[in-house]
Design a protein around this ligand. Structure first.
Ligand code: ATP
Length: 643
C-alpha cells in the first residue's frame, strides 16, 4: 500500500478508460518526483502513474503508455532517429512573452532572478488573468506538438516553432508550463534517470498483470516478481533500446515473455560496452589474476557499430547511437567487400580510423573529426577510413552477447575477411606476462594507437555488456603511464573574457562533469592552458551561440564566477596533473567529502564531438579517480618510508 500512490498522482475525479491521458496527471507526478530525493519514492510515484495509464487504456491501445514514457524521458523517438528538442533560450523567451503578454525585457529579468525558464513560464502564467479556462492539455496533444516543433525546419521554422510553443503555453495550467518549457529546453531536471523509468515501467506492468488476474501475492512473492520484472526489462532494453518496440510488446505478450519478442535487431543500435581505466600493467594483472585475457590495440578513431540487415542495407552508428551512414558513405560502400559468403545479417563493434592513402599508416582521431557530420560525398573524401573490427554481437539472426569472447572472435574471423586499407581485425595478443604486455603496448603506440584494451576472454565475465563501463574491459593508455593522469571528458558551462591579446575571445573556461543521479552538471575547474590562438577563435565561434543570461538550473555552480554562462553542450577532453579537494567546485560533492573535487593544472586535449553532454565523465568516476590517487599516494609514501 505504501507503494501505491495512485490517488496522489491522479487528477481530480480521474479520467475515463479510453480517454487521452491528461497532461495534468503527468505534471503532477513530475512535481512530486522533483520534490523528493529518494529514489524509492520517485519509483513508486512513477509506477503509480504508469499503472493508471495501463489500466485506463483501451485494449489494444499501446500509444498512451508509449507517449507517457517518452515524455518522462523527454524524448520523442529512439536516439538513432534523432528527433531532438533543445530549443534555444531566446526562442523560448519570445514564446513566453507572446503567450503571457509580457515584454521580453521583463521575462529576461525574471530569468536572471530565477535561473530557470520553466519557473519563469509558470509564474508568468499564474500571474496572468484569463477570462476562459483553456481546454486541458493531454499527453498525445503535447507529444505530437513537441514532435512538430522538433521536426520543423526550413527558413520560416523559427516562427512556426514560436507559434506552436505559444499555443501550448496558452493552454497550460498549474505546474504544466514549467515542465513544457523544460521539455522544450531538452531536460526535465526532476532527478528522474532513465533507469528509474525502466524500473517503474516494469513494476507497473507486473502490478497491472497482478490486478488484472485477481492474484494476491504475498509481500515476498510480490517483491520477487517486481525485481524479476525490472531485471528482464533492463536487460531487454539494453539489447533493443527502442520503446516503440518494447512498450507494445510489454502490453501484448507480458513481461515474462518479453525476451522472446524483443531481441537485438540489426538496424537498432545498442549502447556500446565501455572500459575502466587502469594506470599500470601491474594493475591489469591484479584485476585479471588467474583468468585468461587478451590485449588489443586501442585504435584512435571513432567508435563505429556497423549493422547489416538481411536485405543488405548497411548502417553505421556512433557511440551515442547516432546514425553516421551519411558521414561515412565510404564505409557503407566498402563494408560488403569484407563480408564472406553466407553472412546475411550482423552487428559489428569496431573503430573507424583515418589512414594515409599512400603509406597506409594510421592517422590520429583529429583527421576524422574534420569531416562533416552529414551529406559527405564519396568523391569529395580526402582521408580514407579503415574499419578495425573487434567484436561481433549478432550474426545471421542470432544475438551473440551471451557467448564468450573466444567464440565471438572465432565467428568474426570466420565470417569476415581483411581487405587492405578498408577492413582489418583489431590486432591482438593473448600473452600474459608483464614483459609481453609492455612490448605489445610499445608496439601499439609506435603504430599510432592510444594504447591497449585488455579484455576477459572466457566464461560469463567475457559476455558483451551493452551500455556498461565494465571491469572486464580495461584500457591502458600511454598517457596514463607517462604519469600525466587520466583524461576526462568535461562539459563547458562558462567562459571568462580574455586579457591582452585575447580580449575578443574567451580566454578561459569553466568545466563540469555530469552526475546522472541528480542530472546535474557539477563544476570541476577553470581551464586556460593548452589553447592556441586559432583554437580560442574557433571555441569562441562554437560557444558564442550557446551563451545564456544565467547559469542553467541544472548547473551546480558552487563558488565559480565566470563572465558568461553556456548551455551545457560542448564536451572537451582534458588532461590533469592530479585531483584535489576544493572549496569552490562541486564535482563529486558528498561522494568523498562535503567539498567538491577539482582538477589541478588542467590542459585542453581535444573537442569530443562524438559525445553528448550527458556522456561526460560522471561524478562517480571523478570520485573513483580521486580515491585511486589517494590510495596510490598512500602506497608511494609507505614505500618511501620503507626504504
Ligand atoms: P576514451 O575514448 O576517451 O577512452 P570513451 O569513454 O569514449 O573514452 P572508453 O570505454 O573509455 O570509451 O574506451 C573505449 C573506446 O576505445 C571505445 O569506445 C572505442 O571507441 C575505442 N577502441 C579502440 N580500439 C578498441 C578495441 N580494440 N576495443 C574496444 N574499444 C576500442
Amino acid at each position: 500500500a505504501a507503494l501505491d500512490r495512485r490517488s496522489e498522482v491522479d487528477v481530480q475525479g480521474g479520467w475515463k478508460v479510453g480517454d487521452p491521458v491528461p497532461y495534468a496527471a503527468l505534471a503532477k507526478t513530475f512535481a512530486l518526483i522533483e520534490a523528493t530525493t529518494k529514489r524509492i519514492e520517485k519509483t513508486s510515484l512513477l509506477t503509480s502513474l504508469l499503472l493508471l495509464v495501463i489500466q485506463r487504456s483501451k485494449k489494444g491501445d499501446t500509444d498512451s503508455l508509449l507517449r507517457t514514457v517518452y515524455l518522462c524521458i523527454n524524448r520523442l523517438s529512439p536516439d538513432y532517429i534523432g528527433i531532438e528538442l533543445g530549443i534555444g533560450e531566446s526562442l523560448l523567451i519570445k514564446a513566453i512573452g507572446e503567450s503571457t503578454g509580457r515584454s521580453l525585457a521583463i521575462v529576461k529579468s525574471d530569468l536572471k532572478k530565477e535561473g530557470d525558464l520553466g519557473l519563469v513560464a509558470k509564474n508568468s502564467k499564474n500571474n496572468q488573468k484569463t477570462l476562459f479556462k483553456p481546454r486541458p492539455l493531454s499527453v498525445p496533444f503535447v507529444f505530437s506538438h513537441l514532435k512538430d516543433i522538433a521536426l520543423s525546419s526550413g527558413h520560416s521554422s523559427q516562427n512556426k516553432k514560436v507559434s506552436i510553443i505559444t499555443k501550448l503555453l496558452a493552454a497550460c495550467q498549474g505546474e504544466e508550463a514549467k515542465y513544457i518549457v523544460r521539455s522544450l529546453e531538452g531536460k526535465l531536471r526532476i532527478g528522474l534517470a532513465e533507469r528509474t523509468v525502466l524500473v517503474a515501467l516494469a513494476h507497473a506492468t507486473v502490478l497491472a498483470e497482478q490486478e488484472q488476474t485477481g492474484k494476491r501475492w504475498n509481500k515476498e512473492k510480490l517483491a520477487a516478481r517486481l525485481e524479476e520484472g525490472s531485471s528482464i526489462l533492463k536487460s531487454v532494453y539494453s539489447e533493443l533500446p527502442n520503446y516503440d518496440q518494447v512498450v507494445p510488446a510489454l502490453l501484448n505478450v507480458g513481461i515474462s515473455k518479453l525476451h522472446d519478442d524483443c531481441k537485438l535487431t540489426p538496424g537498432v543500435p545498442l549502447k556500446p560496452m565501455l572500459a575502466k581505466p587502469t594506470k599500470a600493467i601491474g594493475e591489469v594483472l591484479d584485476r585479471f589474476e588467474g583468468k585468461r585475457f587478451t590485449c588489443e590495440y586501442k585504435y584512435d578513431g571513432e567508435r563505429a557499430q556497423v549493422h547489416m540487415l538481411p536485405d543488405g542495407t548497411v548502417g553505421v552508428f556512433s557511440r551515442n547511437s547516432e546514425d553516421m551512414s551519411k558521414k561515412y558513405p565510404d564505409l557503407v560502400e566498402q563494408l560488403p567487400h569484407a563480408v564472406k559468403e553466407g553472412t546475411q545479417s550482423f552487428v559489428l563493434d569496431a573503430e573507424a580510423v583515418a589512414i594515409d592513402r599512400t603509406t597506409g599508416k594510421l592517422m590520429p582521431f583529429q583527421e576524422l573529426s574534420k569531416r562533416k557530420r552529414k551529406d559527405v560525398k564519396v568523391e569529395d573524401i580526402q582521408v580514407r577510413v579503415c574499419i578495425f573490427a573487434f567484436d561481433l554481437l549478432f550474426l545471421n539472426g542470432e544475438p551473440l552477447l551471451k557467448k564468450n569472447l573466444v567464440e565471438r572472435r572465432e565467428l568474426l574471423q570466420k565470417h569476415f575477411k581483411p581487405v587492405d586499407g578498408e577492413f582489418q581485425f583489431a590486432r591482438s595478443s593473448d600473452n600474459e606476462s608483464t614483459e609481453d604486455i609492455q612490448t605489445f603496448l610499445d608496439e601499439s603506440v609506435k603504430d599510432g594507437c592510444e594504447g591497449l584494451m585488455v579484455k576477459m576472454l572466457e566464461s560469463e565475465a567475457s559476455y558483451y555488456e551493452p551500455s556498461r563501463r565494465s571491469v572486464n574491459w580495461l584500457k591502458l593508455k600511454k598517457d596514463y603511464l607517462a604519469g600525466v593522469g587520466d583524461s576526462l571528458d568535461l562539459v563547458v558551462v562558462g567562459g571568462y573574457y580574455g586579457k591582452g591579446k585575447r580580449t575578443n575571445v574567451y580566454g578561459a573556461f569553466l568545466l563540469a562533469c555530469y552526475d546522472s543521479d541528480s542530472e546535474e552538471f557539477q563544476t570541476i575547474c577553470k581551464i586556460g592552458t593548452g589553447f592556441s590562438e586559432e583554437m580560442l577563435a574557433s571555441h569562441y565561434e562554437a560557444l558564442k551561440p550557446l551563451e545564456l543570461a544565467t547559469a542553467r538550473g541544472d548547473v551546480k555552480v558552487g563558488g565559480a564566477k565566470p563572465d558568461v554562462w553556456f548551455e551545457p553542450r560542448m564536451v572537451w577532453e582534458v588532461l590533469t596533473a592530479d585531483l584535489s579537494l576544493s572549496p569552490v567546485y562541486t564535482a563529486a560533492m558528498g561522494l568523498i567529502e562535503d567539498r567538491g573535487v577539482s582538477l589541478r593544472f588542467p590542459r585542453f586535449l581535444r573537442v569530443r564531438d562524438d559525445k553528448n553532454a550527458d556522456d561526460a565523465t560522471g561524478s562517480d568516476q571523478v570520485a573513483e579517480m580521486y580515491e585511486r590517487q589517494v590510495l596510490a599516494q598512500g602506497s608511494a609514501k609507505k614505500k618511501k618510508g620503507d626504504g
